[in-house]
Design a protein. Structure first.
Length: 307
């Protein structure tokens, strides 16, 4: 992992010498890789917040391979464990163990026994029933090498004569490490620093930095309160490229059955358990929820939905 990040730093250096087409291509490929995680492994497969037709599922599986963050089935299983047992020993990237562990340390250490035990107990039959997920898992190493490293190197070299070294380290290594760290920020930054408009009882927060760079995954307090919403936010597409992408897929007939939380439901949760803030900032008034007694618990319609 250290060597990979050193390579990314060299890639940053090479951006000063790369062709403009290479830089633009790296940005586009970065967003495609992110989409393979956000619109694919996360919102489609882990949470089933919408349905996708075969061409879109194949496209998202390829984008997911370009992100090289484990195959869809393993990623979705770990994420379901994360939601069901968030901030406990069974959470793969438990933020209560500190920023570094939640960000990358969990990938550098053995899984806690509780993570393995709870993960084995989860039902992933829906993922195994999808032939796209099964095929990607079967050929994951080959597809990851091709889409993460070979393709982003060959395209700039072949189409506009970029040097192979620059093509490999800029849209290849640097782009890949950027995707990794932005995804990790959802597990670390968005669980530690921000406000909680919807539920102050949980760790996840709203963080504008994460929302911008992760294509819309920074509305994390809302997402953990209502993981069944395909937007991961109360907003239609504000700072949320992934939601805009899914909406476009609906428009062209590739996505359908998008699940949303009714405004009256999230407003009720916000009024009862929020910290009094709006969006990414805090309001001037004091927390107006202190009158609730410790015995006051959530109603059925505002309990966290987990798969």
């Amino acid at each position: 992992m250290a060597i990979l990040h050193v390579g990314a730093i060299y890639g940053i250096y090479l951006t000063f010498y790369a062709q403009i087409y290479t830089l633009l291509f790296a940005l586009v490929y970065y967003n495609l890789s992110c989409m393979g995680i956000t619109a694919g492994a996360h919102r489609l497969w882990a949470h089933k917040t919408y349905s996708a037709r075969l061409p879109l599922r194949i496209f998202l599986a390829c984008c997911n391979s370009s992100a090289l963050e484990n195959d869809i089935i393993e990623w979705a299983r770990d994420h379901r464990v994360h939601h069901k047992y968030s901030e406990t020993d069974a959470d793969p990237h438990n933020a209560k163990r500190g920023f570094f562990f939640a960000h990358v340390g969990w990938l550098l250490s053995r899984k806690h026994p509780e993570v393995k035990a709870k993960g084995q107990g989860l039902d992933v039959s829906d993922l195994l029933a999808d032939p796209v997920c099964r095929i990607q898992r079967r050929f994951y190493i080959e597809s990851a090498i091709f889409f993460c490293f070979v393709l982003p190197t060959i395209i700039p070299w072949y189409f506009w004569s970029e040097s192979l070294v620059t093509a490999y380290f800029v849209p290849g290594i640097f782009r890949y490490v950027a995707v990794l760290n932005v995804t990790w920020c959802v597990n670390s930054v968005a669980h530690l620093w921000g406000n909680k408009p919807y539920d102050k009882r949980i760790n996840p927060v709203e963080n504008i930095f994460v929302a911008i760079f992760s294509n819309g995954e920074g509305f994390h307090n809302y997402h953990h309160a209502f993981p069944q919403d395909y937007k991961t936010s109360e907003y239609p597409w504000k700072l949320n490229i992934t939601t805009a992408f899914i909406n476009f897929m609906v428009l062209i007939g590739q996505a359908y059955n998008c699940k949303e939380v009714a405004p009256e439901v999230w407003k009720k949760r916000q009024e009862k358990w929020g910290d009094g803030s709006k969006g990414f900032g805090f309001s001037d008034h004091h927390d107006h929820h202190d009158h609730h007694t410790p015995e006051d618990t959530s109603t059925e319609d505002d309990k966290e939905h987990t798969l």
